[in-house]
Write a protein that binds this ligand. Sequence first.
Ligand code: CP
Length: 306
Amino acid sequence: MKLQNRHLLGLDGMSKEDISAILDTAVLFKEVLERPIKKVPPLQGKTIVNLFFESSTRTRISFELAERRLSADVVTFSTAGSSVSKGETLKDTARNIEAMKIDMVVIRHPAPGASHFLSRVVDANVINAGDGGHEHPTQGLLDMFTLRDKYGRLENLKVCIVGDITHSRVARSNIYGLTTMGAEVSVCGPATLIPRDIEKLGVKVFHRLEDVVQDVDVINVLRIQLERQESGLFPSLREYHRYFGVTKEKVSKASKPITIMHPGPINRDVELSADLADSEHSVILQQVTNGVAVRMAVLYLLGTSN
Ligand code: CP
C-alpha cells in the first residue's frame, strides 16, 4: 500500500482512501503492541530524526516508541542545547542533519508551515508533529482511530470540538479528517475563539454547551492556551470554565452517553472537570495508547514505499 504523498504534512486534502489505509494499518500494529515482544522489523536500517523545536510529552515519546517498535535507528533533537540557540536556521539545521544520511524527519515547530518548508529542502520523508496553529495530523488520525475503534464507524458520527478553535492545530486536523470520513463535525466556544467563516469547512457552530450535549455523540475538548487570556480573548479562567468548561453535571443532561476526548495536556477544572476526565466517559488514555499504533502505521506506510 502506498500513500498518495511521500510526506505527512496535514490532513487537509488527504483522501478518504489514504486515511482509511492508515487507520486499517494501525489496527494491525495495535495487535503487535499487545504482544509480549512489541517489536517488528520493517524499518530496520532506516534512520529517523525527531526535530522538536517546541515542548511535547505525548507526541515525542509516542513517535520515539513507534520508531523503535519498527526497528528504526532513532535520534531525537530538541532546541535546548543545540546550535539553534546560536542562531542556526531551520534550513541549515535540517540540511546538516540530512548530510548524516537520514531517511525520515519528524518535526514539531511553532511556525505554521515549518514542515512544508522542510519537505522542500530535504530529500527525507517529512512528518508534521504539529506546526504552530496550523495542523497536527497524527493527532487527528489517532483521534479518528479511537472513535472508529469505539463506534465501529466514523460516518454520521456527531463530534463537537470545544474550545479555542482559532489557535488549535488539533481542531483543524480533526475537522479536515473527520469531514472527509463522513462524520458530522461541529465546534463550540466563545465567538472570540471561533474563526469567522469556519462553516465553510463544513462544520456547524454552537455557542452554548447545553445545546451541544443534546446533539452529539462525542466532545473533543481542547486545551485552553493560558497565554490567550492575556490577549483579552476571554475574561477569566473562572468565567471560561463556567460557560465552556465540560463537566459531569453538564454532560449528565444528555439524552445518550457522550464520549469525552482531549489531546492533552489537560488544564484540570478549566476546560474539563477532573472527575469527567477520569470517568468512564473518557477515552483520553486510549487516545494516547492508540497514538503509538497510528504513528507506527504512518511511519511504516511512508518508510516502506520509497
Ligand atoms: N497532544 C499533544 O500534542 O501533546 P504533546 O504536546 O504533549 O505532544
